[in-house]
Design a protein around this ligand. Sequence first.
Ligand code: CP
Length: 302
Amino acid sequence: MVKHFLSLASFTQHELSGLIEKAQSFSHQLQKPEKIPSLLQHKIIANVFYEPSTRTRCSFEVAAKRLGAEVINFVPENSSVKKGETVYDTLKTLESLGVESIVFRHSDDHLLDELKSAFHVPFINAGAGKLEHPTQGLLDLLTLYQEFEKLQGLKVAICGDIKHSRVAGSLMVAAKIFGIKIFLCGPESLKPSSQDPLIESADFDSILGEVDAVMMLRIQLERHESLELDAKSYHHQFGMNQRRQKLMQPHAIIMHPGPFNRGIEISDDMVEHPQSRIFKQMHNGVAARMAILDWAINRKDL
Ligand code: CP
């Protein structure tokens, strides 16, 4: 059976814990990259990104190369997409060329779900519209697990443009699987509704003293038809800054999937604050994606 990695919802807690453990093991091995076994030698991975990316695309490339694979970086703007080729035909072409996995990002929430049954090559969802970003979800879980040595019972505030955030989407899926309590903060118009008792709306300043982690999100201007953003006012109401950091518990951490807009959702001095794990998240992206590539291509059981 083809092992697509499309949503965290398709995994049990046991399976996701297995992926986190595998990622943790790769994270240790990355300290001596020359000793990492070439588990993907002679394999070719295609990075197919119809939306911009720095972290996800580059960390998949690093992850694949650390495991001995080769990588094709397909750039739609410089391809036969410009001559009218459809997404389906582009992916079929790459499958026909014999790549072993396709890492795919697109603005459409459901495209991979619609296409997957026509393919034998494993797809990895590198960001689907505003719905899910499951590889980011795994690296966020890995970061939380490294920090707290558990996931169940943690309390996490998410603040920002939650409605348009696939990062928040995957974190909320993971929260239900692991029993993480989520507090949705930020502008009311950018909060999704939730019937789940684990996911509730909260006032940002009031909840900061209770949570173990705060996930800051940027306003995704590219997904808004029209939004006038007053950066100064937004930062005052919802930004992470020194005043809010002082409201947090000393053990609590600041997270952000990146890219971040300094001075809007996070002040300059918070990005590399001792309580920030933002660059740790990016670092963990490599180990998490090594675990996912190994699982999808080598068909490892969890
Ligand atoms: N976090 C994240 O998905 O970043 P990129 O858009 O740069 O890949």
